[in-house]
Design a protein around this ligand. Sequence first.
Ligand code: SF4
Length: 942
Amino acid sequence: MSLDQPQLDTSPPVSDEVRKTTCYMCACRCGINVHMKEGKVAYIEGNKDHPVNKGVLCAKGSAGIMQHNAPSRLRAPLKRVGERGSGEFEEISWEEALTLATDWLAPVREKHPEKLAFFTGRDQSQSFTSFWAQGFGTPNYAAHGGFCSVNMAAAGIYTMGGAFWEFGQPDWDHTKLFMLFGVAEDHDSNPIKMGIGKIKKRGARMIGVNPIRTGYNAVADDWVGITPGTDGLFILAMVHCLMKAGKVDLDYLARFTNASVLVNEDAKSDEFGLFLRDADGQPQVIDRQTGKLAPWNGKGVEPDLSGTHRAKGITHRPVFHQMADRYLSDEYAPEAVADRCGIPAQRIRALAADLARVAFDEAIELDRPWTDFRGLKHDKMVGRPVSFHAMRGISAHSNGFQTCRALHVLQIILGSVEVPGGMRFKPPYPKPATAHPKPHGKVTPGAALDGPHLGYTHGPEDLLLDTEGNPTRIDKAYSWENPMSAHGLMHMVISNAHAGVPYKIDTLFMYMANMSWNSSMNVGGVHKMLTDKDENGDYVIPHIIYSDAYSSEMVAYADLIFPDTTYLERHDCISLLDRPICEADGVADAIRWPVVEPDRDVRGFQSVLCELGARLNLPGFVNEDGGQKYKDYADYITNHMRRPGVGPLAGFRKGKDGPQGGRGDVNPNQIQDYIDNGGFWVEHVPENAAYYKPFSMDYQDWAVKMGFYDAVQPYIFQLYVEPLRKFQAAAEGIGTRQPPEHLRERLKRTMDPLPIWYGPLEDDQIDLDEYPIHALTQRPMAMYHSWGTQNAWLRQIHGHNPLYVPTKIWEANGFQEGDWAKVSSTHGSIVVPVAHQASLNANTVWTWNAIGKRKGAWALDEKAPEATKGFLLNHLIHELLPPKGDGLRWANSDPITGQAAWFDLRVKIEKSAIPNEAQPVMPSIKSPVPKGPSNLAWKVGK
Ligand code: SF4
């Protein structure tokens, strides 16, 4: 054999250039390296230096190349020429499109700014779009959160100053027991997968609580197949067990929560249920050293959990007493809840015991000194290594807010929030509800709104009501129907606008929200609302403007389309002012930039808003001379200042000695600095500030230096949420701002300041014997946006979606492989393929959401499996609850936050003859783009 081996290049260059940007195939916002060959995208890999994914890339991320090249991409601005809903458009110039939009919107702003409803979907520019809407002067702005997971976000902010995912994460390096509630694999993706990998490597245990065992639950050590809508009951039963066994962190509760704050217990007092406060308005505790009253944050105060204070004939007891009264009650004993939850009492007890054992017997300590806000120096950090993560599964119910609150109470009594091994916040969180703005809705024709739209209410005085007590927002957010609707109610906008309640609108303007298909309940009804005409033959919703990158189902229902770019062709900033990409150990933000130029006549939507804002003369979008202030979104990202020293991007700001992080002046080269740094900026939290963030002066000082807020603002966790009590008290007749009579009982029942559980509201209004089965959806790991099902690579993973049926129901109906079933709710029926799944709650069926597509949309073939076998469960869900005979229709939402109650759905199921296609079949829509080829293939480079 010759020793002369040929010289092989084992690593030939695969690209001419690598451009680093941020993925948008889901909301995790991983760093990606886009390899370019001859100016085209050749392939995508993970960025090893990026704080979010550290090089990990998922199937969605690598399939971004097919997203960027999707045949369904819109090519030019479009004006409707056929009837609304037909999909008949003509291409027009940007000048014509912007002139038309200005002609519609300018008179609206001049006379009735509220007649513009501007709502966005899963975009990542909400601090910018809300700024635009504020300048326009409409109160009607919100994004996707109201129909996604506002219960989770709002419960977290009101209770702890932050929730999971974008606000917080488990301490993956130290946790020993990780419990996951209601998490599908889209929320979130790479970070959770990496975290689970880390804890499994260390031998830590993972428990999944979910009616469905797929994805993360499939790799959990234990799976708890809970009955949908009962998570709160299960959690409070564990709270009961822990309190009964004395397995709660008393020191943590006394120091860092309002368990020690005194509450008025005189039912006859107008202050009943409110905190005892001093002359400065500070809630009072009893100081253990003196036995006297003291403010919760007094220097050197040692709050007492057990003292009682009586003055002027009124008894005040600490919150902890109320918790004991409530949660030690037999109502929450495992035996009392087991059947309803579908979990044996013994198992509930065992799980609670596991939490206690790990939290207290396996506690950890880090040798890191820190100082708390009362001035007490601690020489180490004590960790309770139990951590949790939860998402839409527990929040998309009409009892979701209180359920999410219950989970936070469970975490807090274990002392496992912001400690080593527990849940950690991601800067700039935590931030208590009081540090957020209140909602604003005061309309002045021709002028800006009086402040930011979305915020946190602290009592009836913060509701957005007119002088007659009617809601001032089209979605009725911040009204007595949903007093704490921190993200608005996008799912009610079309229905309310069509009904003209509380008023009619002129223009519905939406971005990236597929509201005529997978993002709406009652799909057929929504089509009718969008196309209905009045007695004069005019559309009931006169104008609809929509922006999307793709020929989605919603396009056909708009009058004017602004074609957006793909995520590789645009500027974006993933801002600390919005939903940042930070990790618990570091503050970080990131950009997208056009790694390729569009080959179509399309523009980034945010750049379009810069120009439209100038044409409409919106404050913040014009210079003093009336000229356009921001040439495009990149210009806004660089030059906009929200507060002195604070702009959309916190990295590479101009400092005395060159670019600096946190506060700083405008740096004209900022975007290039980000590009040079790989598309992101990160700064690490100092070691002694890494835990106890709400209570630690080390963290608070650093947060002020970084510009998260302007003055230190330590706070304690709110086990007892006083603002809830204020709404409840109003329903009892206290105060001048009173709810309408028909809402009193519901407010009294649901707005409890300590977490409670009540059954899903739909259960009270339907015959549960007729509709005994729960029906759910999940988004799959391989898809996040509804874009996913037209992606040539991802379609091969999920081309259609069966309805998964548990063994008991499968056998009772005599189903065989290949069968179809008719599934009915009180609202409608669908006929769909079924498949057997044993790892499923015995009374639950489910399917993947947003796989089914409408014929004619997304440039797919009309015979594509997505359009023939794929289906939506949305046809079975109504935005209103069934009538209950009182002449009123109640929203199918959480009564506190207005979150869409997608997962309260009840159905019945029966075997069906096999139809040609999944039913119902909607008429095909004409597509403004040609159908894609049957094979998508091309060669980049030689
Ligand atoms: S997890 Fe999400 S952001 Fe990260 S690579 Fe996958 S799709 Fe992209």
